[in-house]
Design a binder for this molecule. Sequence first.
Ligand code: AR6
Length: 168
Amino acid sequence: MKTIQVVEGDITTVAADAIVNAANTTLMGGGGVDGAIHRAAGPALYAACEKFGGCPTGEARITSGFNLPAKYIIHTPGPIWHGGDHGEDQLLANSYRNSLTLADEYDCRTVAFPSISTGVYSFPLGRAAQIAIQTIREFLQTASQVEEVTMVCFDPTTARAYRTAVNS
Ligand code: AR6
């Protein structure tokens, strides 16, 4: 039975097979969840990310989890919100789908996501939650390894938006 869960918490403490990082296209760290993941994983993560030479918006790259409890970290730059007419919806869906595809390829059973693009990148929360949950649902229908996807929300408002999307 494949499941989608919504929890409130800090994704750096989650012992999933893979956690996803809401990165930027340099993959060289930043603020928000990206900064928290780099701090908790340790400097070896920076060195591993340097080798990719960046990553286009909506694509994904995988590294070891280093000092995190997660086995892998999947890094995906979500779209910056520019009003909604610049392919933002599709790019956000790509971030979720490409991250899950990598997780499946690396035999991950459990995957945890933060709320990609709804912090510094200003994607409207309700709209982002609907896209995330719909994309995860579609992926789980054909996934061969991934069975459990958890949205790890940092605050109650974000958790409420994803619970609403799961229940709709
Ligand atoms: N665990 C789970 N969620 C968190 C954590 C955490 N430890 N810390 C923050 N969040 P953001 P974005 C939530 O801004 O909008 C970075 O500088 C946060 O409250 O981290 O995709 C990157 O380098 C919000 O709900 O990511 C990029 O430049 C969500 O994670 C840029 O920010 C996403 O907020 C990416 O912006």
